[in-house]
Design a protein around this ligand. Sequence first.
Ligand SMILES: Cc1ncc(COP(=O)(O)O)c(C=O)c1O
Length: 386
Amino acid sequence: MKFAKRTDWPLSSNRITVAMEDLRRDGAAVLDLTESNPTRCGFAFPNEMILKSLGNEDNLRYEPLPQGSVRAREAVGGYYMAKGFDVSVENIILTSSTSEAYSYLFRLLVNAGERVLFPRPSYPLFQFLGDLNDVHLDFYTLTYTDRWGMDFDQIRRNIQTDTRALVLVNPNNPTGSFVAKKEKEWLNALCRERNLSIICDEVFGDFPLDPTAQGVSLVNNGDVLTFVLGGLSKTLGLPQMKLSWIILSGPAALVKTARERLEIIADTYLSVSAPVQNSLERWLPLKDQIQGGMRARLKRNLQFLKEKARGGPCRLFEPEGGWYAVLKIPPTLSEEEWVLKFLRKDRVFVHPGYFFDFDDEAFIVVSLLPPEEVFEAGISRVLKRM
Ligand SMILES: Cc1ncc(COP(=O)(O)O)c(C=O)c1O
């Protein structure tokens, strides 16, 4: 029996996973500073309001529409209107997740073996999304000087004749860096010149952390065919509801063709459930309430980290937005050895930098979402160990 080469992934557990499994089996209480599932972080969700709309009788009817129901897309349009963007309903396509949105876009834009440029360090799922869609991954590096910025020369050098798109994560996971205005303008000029589309993942866009950051959105980017991604997993902290969206913009003729083709891709799967679509107009207005608790948590944990890390053995690269923080740690051990030590000696779980493909060692990444008492105890132990 032969399986497709694209699924030839290493299937054995790594040392960190094995150590975690051993601790769980022994019943050890581990402080998990990788936890970024908001439904496991003790937030007070408006449960009744969320669940009530699922009892709607409209959920008993099936009206398949490839782009998603008009009312659900109007709700997404309203969400952007509140952010100051006038997004037309016809340029919104609903998907069941951001990962699915990436897959739709790779199927739309890239022939087998052609290339897409991704940021590094970044979201660990990109390699799998690339493999599953026969996309060759190339990278551009984000480097930290006074902030995490792009190396324009490197981006230019890494574009090949068969590069089809450039991916931005805005703000990026895990560096927390937004796309700066100057970067957007430069990228627009480059992508226009080289005929590339832009895929801009803005799932963390509602979570700025640094009030002085100069980030810009790529919604309604007029110059280049652009696809902005957003969704409920981060905007409402409801990943289990499985609803995301793609916002199209760019030159009108290109947008029209892209929309017509995406419609056929989406029509092939029709993956967004009716109950979730029908609930959207009731769920999105809960945004401020839900995000309020999350933002307060992120702010407090980041403040704690800043104060604790000051003058210590590791350096915090301050995030401009998002749910994560990056710490540069002493290179006296490898990242893996550090993470195993934190786990076995301190019962604290953090991500090693290599999980996000940092160019060099040694980094760790922590989620800022865990409850304050877990975060503070975990960070204190980790810093003491170094
Ligand atoms: C940058 C980024 N994009 C997308 C996602 C996944 O979103 P979804 O749950 O909608 O697939 C994540 C999840 O952590 C992420 O970090």
